[in-house]
Write a protein of this length. Structure first.
Length: 177
């Protein structure tokens, strides 16, 4: 059974205490995400990091403070996860500029290469990039799993609504680690 783990925006600007948009709930899931990465590595499965990589004048900055500007520290994957990956070969990093990991990226092509039976999605923010990416997976008929304690949002109500939406509308299985 081919499985793919998608790790969404576990970047310094979101989950490191010095990040521009740091929120504690994001930092709190680092160990859970690390655990999922380890499990996928043990099985030899593919891990895809989706990483915000904005231009300095990105239109998104009209809604959010400037963050994850490409080729800056803030756009880097948090060190604890980079250290976990080490020299593991089945890792792909896909930069993105919008909420969905599919918009203007090679994510769809990468999934076509692997043809996974299941895609698991972890990371931040549940109600934004995680949910929009899960919607894209649903539109492509992938069986999707979202472990609720390996996703986080700066807004608890939005987090819960997103989990419900991903389950009821997109058919994602919401699990507990």
């Amino acid at each position: 059974m081919e499985k793919v783990l998608i790790v969404v925006d576990m970047l310094n600007d979101f989950v490191h205490k010095n990040g521009v948009l740091f929120f504690q709930q994001g930092a709190d899931i680092i160990d859970a995400v690390k655990k999922r990465i380890g499990a996928y590595m043990e099985e030899g499965n593919t891990i895809i990091f989706l990483c915000d990589a904005h231009a300095e004048n990105d239109k998104e900055f009209e809604r959010f403070p400037a963050h994850a500007i490409k080729k800056t520290w803030g756009a880097g994957v948090v060190a604890k996860l980079v250290d976990t990956i080490g020299d593991y070969k089945n890792v792909v990093c896909i930069p993105k500029t919008r909420y969905s990991g599919f918009y203007g990226t090679p994510l769809g092509g990468e999934l076509n290469i692997h043809k996974p039976d299941k895609v698991e999605v972890v990371g931040v923010c549940t109600s934004i990039c995680v949910m929009d990416t899960v919607g894209g997976l649903a539109n492509r008929d992938y069986k999707t799993v979202v472990p609720m304690n390996a996703v986080a949002d700066f807004n608890a109500q939005a987090h819960n609504i997103a989990l419900t939406r991903m389950n009821t509308l997109y058919g994602a299985e919401i699990t507990q680690l």
